[in-house]
Design a protein. Structure first.
Length: 125
């Protein structure tokens, strides 16, 4: 017995994620990344308190390519999390948050987080 009139779920190859769903997942992922970054921050403070030789070893480790990529990633996670939180604070008031406005503010969050990260690293360089 076949029911061909029944609607089919969209297949993964044709389904397109809405930007708001991607930002929701990225918001959670950046929260986890910032938690890991907090452990590295605590290690940095511990090595700084341990002495000059230990601190120099930690700085050498974070100066490698992988260390710098991690630092850039953590700074992006912070900027994204901040921008997305501000987006929800000001735009998502629960009063008919239109999808068009949600999409526009989502793209703004992505652009702002990249700009904040780039600006932060330009100031440090």
């Amino acid at each position: 017995m076949s029911n061909s009139d029944r609607p089919l779920s969209p297949h993964i190859s044709i389904y397109r994620w809405p930007i708001t769903m991607a930002l929701s997942i990225l918001h959670r992922a950046t929260g986890v990344a910032m938690s890991i970054g907090l452990i590295v921050l605590a290690a940095w403070l511990a090595y700084a308190a341990a002495g000059e030789a230990d601190y120099a070893r930690f700085i050498d480790l974070m100066s490698t390519l992988i260390g710098r990529l991690l630092l850039i990633g953590w700074s992006y996670a912070f900027a994204f999390h901040l921008a997305n939180g501000v987006r929800h604070l000001f735009w998502d008031t629960g009063r008919g948050f239109e999808m068009r406005q949600a999409n526009a503010s989502a793209w703004f969050v992505l652009a702002a987080s990249v700009a904040m990260t780039a600006g932060f690293w330009m100031v440090l360089a």
